[in-house]
Design a protein around this ligand. Structure first.
Ligand SMILES: Nc1ncnc2c1ncn2[C@@H]1O[C@H](COP(=O)(O)OP(=O)(O)OP(=O)(O)O)[C@@H](O)[C@H]1O
Ligand SMILES: [Mg+2]
Ligand SMILES: [Mg+2]
Length: 673
């Protein structure tokens, strides 16, 4: 059994741009005298289904994949829906209007109101790297030995000049781009330079065209000029990218779907069930949930305890014995009882979850692995959301479910780098998706009766479904402005029954290229991200139809939100209008698509050049909903055009639940009225 960490590091900032450790308090599940088991008979959670608490115990190492019913724990009332306002005046800082009693926090930033969970510590210094962060970026590689960092002089973590940048003073004519941090900086910088833009090192500069920061800074969002600038990361992406955020969103979505699905539409694919793809999880910062967990825990199960907002495996430990569970319980209780802790204004980063540990992972040559894929929100107005393949991350050592060495349980690169063997064997720790596909074809296709190219068919489709489900769970709550875009790293585990589990989603995914496979994968991901962000931005500005997307190569469209924007068109709503083409598979059967060479991550489609070097990103035009100029009737999409507007239908995925299963879609229909 892994000895849980005796202590986690205090809140700190790393010059390398990696994460402040979330815990300011020591979390120690070390062995201590057990205070005794809590009773099993009743579940303390109001409304918790009895079977959740009386779930049959599974033996450690059991072959079947762990499943569980998620307790219907009390959930906050859903937020009122985000509403889009059709305006005729010049753009304000936001198009968002909310009926929430609390107005969107982003609006209050200039008043000094502390509202974001993490942002109290956020100063107004111009150096974002010196600021505490709104969220915990994912950094699973050591910045010091990655390509990006190797090129950068060791100075301020923000705005580090990269090779070639030194010659370019930021006092030129622009357009300017700003990069905060080193994660992927050389790729982003090269891309922007290819457009003729100039890098500025001044994070306070407000006339940038593109800003890509590892860490979110309140000031960036306050000064953001909607429709004129591109800004990486949605301000409240923590709804997806913290463990508690994702858990809460999925629960709430499940509840909403269960209401909507009472009248199931025939012949429509069913919406995903949370328990079918997300390991059973409990919050430790909520007393009832905590009690429910400690009530159901027994030593036949293994659980993994994670901080909500950390990455790199920091602060993670396994819980396998009563002593460890008891110690965790005592710690959680003592924290709650601690008056100092109670007074802490922002406790959220210290909160933890416990998640059922998938004890029977599929192994590659005896090693555990997980798969990093990407959820790209290329445009937030309208939403244009994509899936992108990433890579597989393997441990260095063979998997031993009983081992106390965490490096065999946690597949993060960061964990593997702690081993002295990493330098020698690092190439073995990252596999391309092609490699994974070939391996699974060779080793498991016959014995497990899998379809050929399971990785690029069934598995890919499943990841897409799960990602789209998660996106829909938060869609109505994300802060959307024209110019926001985001790339989110999604971690999936496959168990030995080939069941696919979503482990978590990460903001600011690691973009390091310290392995050969990463050198192949990451630049393409970053450049297509930027291409798609630019193309969708420009099309939205110009009220052009989104499809076909000329810069779409490897990413697959999951959600086209153009239809959501139609109702924004004020008085013209009464006019009949056909929706734009939807991703082809939205209403398709659940059968996996036939494997296509073009769907593989290595497959390329030519990307026509985007924009003209030296020209500004866009003319200073007001953002308007696609489909028509302000006050004009929007051009209805041509119903005769081929689906996807001539684009390759296979580039579009089919992950979305049926229309009826989408509460957000209903809400969208009220927007702008
Ligand atoms: N429920 C689980 N069952 C089995 N293994 C898990 C589970 N949750 C996490 N792991 C393993 O632990 C690793 C770290 O977990 P997770 O990704 O949730 O934490 P993290 O600190 O956010 O890591 P990172 O952001 O660097 O990927 C995973 O990559 C996976 O190998
Ligand atoms: Mg993470
Ligand atoms: Mg992870």
């Amino acid at each position: 059994m892994a000895s849980p960490p005796l202590a986690t590091r205090p809140l700190s900032h790393h010059g390398d741009g990696s994460q402040p450790q979330a815990e300011a308090t020591v979390w120690d599940s070390g062995r201590r005298p057990s205070p005794g088991r809590a009773g099993l008979a009743t579940c303390p959670i109001q409304g918790l289904r009895p079977q959740a608490a009386r779930r049959p115990r599974r033996g450690a190492g059991a072959a079947s994949s762990p499943r569980g019913t998620h307790p219907p724990v009390p959930m906050p009332a859903p937020h009122s829906r985000t509403r889009f306002i059709h305006r005729r005046g010049p753009p304000t800082r936001t198009h968002i209007c909310s009926k929430r009693p609390k107005r969107p926090r982003i609006r209050r930033c200039r008043t000094g109101v502390q509202s974001w969970a993490h942002d109290r510590q956020m100063g107004s210094s111009g150096k974002e790297g010196l600021l505490p962060q709104l969220s915990q970026p994912d950094q699973d590689a050591d910045l010091l030995d990655n390509t990006d960092a190797a090129k950068a002089p060791a100075a301020s973590p923000e705005g580090l000049p990269l090779e070639g940048d030194k010659q370019t003073p930021s006092t030129g004519q622009g357009p300017f781009f700003y990069i905060g941090g080193t994660n992927g900086a050389s790729i982003i910088s090269a891309y922007c330079r290819s457009k003729g833009w100039q890098r500025t090192q001044d994070s306070r500069r407000e006339d940038y065209k593109l800003k890509w920061c590892e860490t979110k800074c309140r000031d960036s969002y306050c000064s953001f000029r909607e429709g004129q600038q591109l800004l990486f990361q949605l301000p409240n992406n923590k709804l997806l990218t913290t463990k508690i955020g994702l858990l809460s969103a999925l629960r709430e979505h499940a509840r909403a779907l269960s209401k909507v699905n009472k009248v199931p539409p025939c012949s429509q694919p069913k919406a995903l069930k949370m328990e079918d793809f997300f390991p059973e999880t409990y919050r430790l910062d909520v007393r009832d949930e905590r009690q429910a967990f400690f009530t159901l825990f027994d030593e036949t199960q293994v659980w993994i305890c994670k901080p909500t907002a950390s990455n790199q495996g920091k602060g993670i430990f396994l819980i396998r014995s009563q002593e460890e569970a008891a110690a965790l319980q005592a710690k959680a209780q003592s924290m709650e009882d601690d008056p100092l802790y109670r007074k802490m204004p922002f406790r959220a980063p210290q909160a933890r979850v416990v998640q059922r540990y998938i004890q029977n992972p599929l192994l590659l040559d005896g090693k555990k692995f997980d798969v990093r894929s990407y959820l790209l929100i290329a445009c937030a107005m309208p939403y244009m959301v994509f899936f992108g393949h990433g890579y597989a991350r393997l441990t260095l050592s063979l998997y031993d479910p009983h081992s106390s060495d965490l490096s065999g349980h946690l597949t993060n690169q960061f964990m593997q780098k702690k081993s002295p063997l990493y330098v020698l064997l690092k190439e073995d720790t990252v596999w391309s998706m092609d490699h994974l596909n070939t391996y699974i074809n060779d080793k498991f296709r016959k014995t497990k009766g899998l379809p050929r190219d399971w990785v690029f068919t069934t598995f890919t489709k499943r990841m897409q479904q799960i990602m789209a489900h998660c996106f829909l769970a938060v869609k109505s709550k994300l802060e959307c402005k024209l110019g926001y875009f985001d790339l989110i790293g999604c971690d999936f585990l496959i168990d030995e029954n080939f069941k696919v589990w979503l482990l978590e989603m990460n903001s600011n995914p690691a973009l390091h290229t310290n392995c050969e496979v990463l050198k192949e994968v990451i630049p393409g991901v970053v450049m297509e991200t930027l291409d798609l962000a630019l193309e969708t931005f420009q099309k939205s500005l110009r009220s052009q139809r989104m499809l076909p997307l000329l810069s779409q190569r490897r990413f697959v469209l999951l959600h086209n939100g153009e239809a959501d924007l139609w109702p924004r068109l004020g008085g013209s709503r009464a006019l009949p209008r056909r929706p734009p083409p939807r991703p082809v598979c939205e209403a398709a059967s659940s059968a996996p698509p036939a494997p296509r060479a073009a769907d593989r991550p290595g497959a390329r489609r030519p990307a026509p050049p985007q924009g003209t070097p030296g020209r500004p990103l866009s003319a200073p035009r007001r953002p308007r909903p696609p489909g028509g100029a302000q006050g004009e009737e929007p051009a209805a999409p041509d119903p005769e055009r081929p689906r996807g507007d001539g684009g390759d239908p296979a580039r579009e995925a089919c992950p979305e639940p049926p229309e009826e299963a989408r509460p957000e879609r209903r809400s969208a229909s009220h927007r702008g009225s």
